[in-house]
Design a protein around this ligand. Structure first.
Ligand SMILES: N[C@@H](CCC(=O)N[C@@H](CS)C(=O)NCC(=O)O)C(=O)O
Length: 265
């Protein structure tokens, strides 16, 4: 992690991270200039470093550091950039999105299909849990936050047990397809954005969700729904979409490049 002076907001983020994409898209759409700081959440587990934990005790990305406050939830960052979801329709769409554990779709799918991942991912989760406990022992002032985070990882290890994961991934896929049906029904009247009249937070989160559908092998479900397909094309054509670097497929080279510090943050 690098620090630099200046009044621009600093976004601690990871290129491949779903919730970082939400932050990047919202900031791009909101026209907010900011500096990206790369956090290696996969290999170095930099989100667990004490200096990061002091900024974001939840130990997740993204984190937006503003002159007068720190935002540690992608939803808050999106609402900062584009305005809070004040109407009930926007709020319902955003609540629906955040009620869904997207990582269970992504990792559940990988684990259900890939025997090597079934060995590697639980090992990585266990290593992360142990490192959290080691941090707790070395940083007494942060022990309670480290222990709380270790408990979250223990839960993940359980959720991703080989026997549980196939059923879990099936359930998350069915739910995701249900969301696409719901989007299709809403968009069928030809509306250009999810909650007219203006582009907003609901469009940000559901655009990143559709990107994740492509990424997770559910992309074929989009063209089967004409209104959703039209909306997805329109969202991808927006300048903010390319600026935000939304991953619709897995880029192993960029993942490694980021970790080695040779990619763009
Ligand atoms: N509720 C948070 C969730 C953030 C989140 O789960 N971020 C993931 C990456 S997409 C993360 O930081 N994972 C690293 C970890 O759990 O150690 C938000 O919306 O910002």
């Amino acid at each position: 992690m690098t620090e630099s002076a200046g009044a621009r907001p600093r976004l601690y983020q990871t290129p491949s991270s779903y919730y970082s994409m939400i932050a990047r898209l919202a900031l791009a759409e909101g026209g907010i200039a900011y500096e990206r700081v790369f956090v290696d959440i996969h290999y170095r587990l930099s989100q667990q470093q004490p200096d990061y934990v002091r900024i974001n005790p939840g130990m997740t990305v993204p984190t937006l550091v503003l002159a007068d406050r720190v935002l540690v939830q992608s939803r808050d960052i999106a609402e900062y950039a584009l305005g809070a979801a004040s109407d009930p329709e926007t709020k319902d769409w955003v609540d629906l999105h955040y009620g869904y554990p997207i990582e269970e779709l992504t990792f559940g799918g990988i684990l259900a299909r890939n025997p090597l991942a079934r060995i590697m991912i639980p090992k990585r989760l266990e290593a992360a849990r142990r490192q959290l406990l080691a941090h707790a022992a070395h940083n007494p002032d942060l022990a309670s936050v480290y222990e709380a985070r270790a408990a979250v990882f223990a839960g993940r290890i359980k959720a991703f047990e080989p026997d549980a994961v196939v059923a879990l991934s099936k359930r998350r896929r069915t739910e995701a397809i249900g969301f696409m049906d719901r989007l299709e029904q809403t968009l069928r009247d030809g509306r250009p954005v999810l909650v007219p009249p203006a582009y907003g937070v609901a469009d940000v989160v559901w655009t990143v969700f559709l990107g994740r559908m492509e990424f997770a092998g559910l992309g074929d479900e989009i063209p089967r729904r004409p209104a959703l397909a039209r909306y997805w094309r329109a969202m991808q054509a927006r300048p903010g979409f390319s600026a935000a670097d939304i991953w619709t497929k897995f880029h192993i080279g960029r993942l490694i490049g980021g970790i080695l510090g040779i990619g763009r943050g």
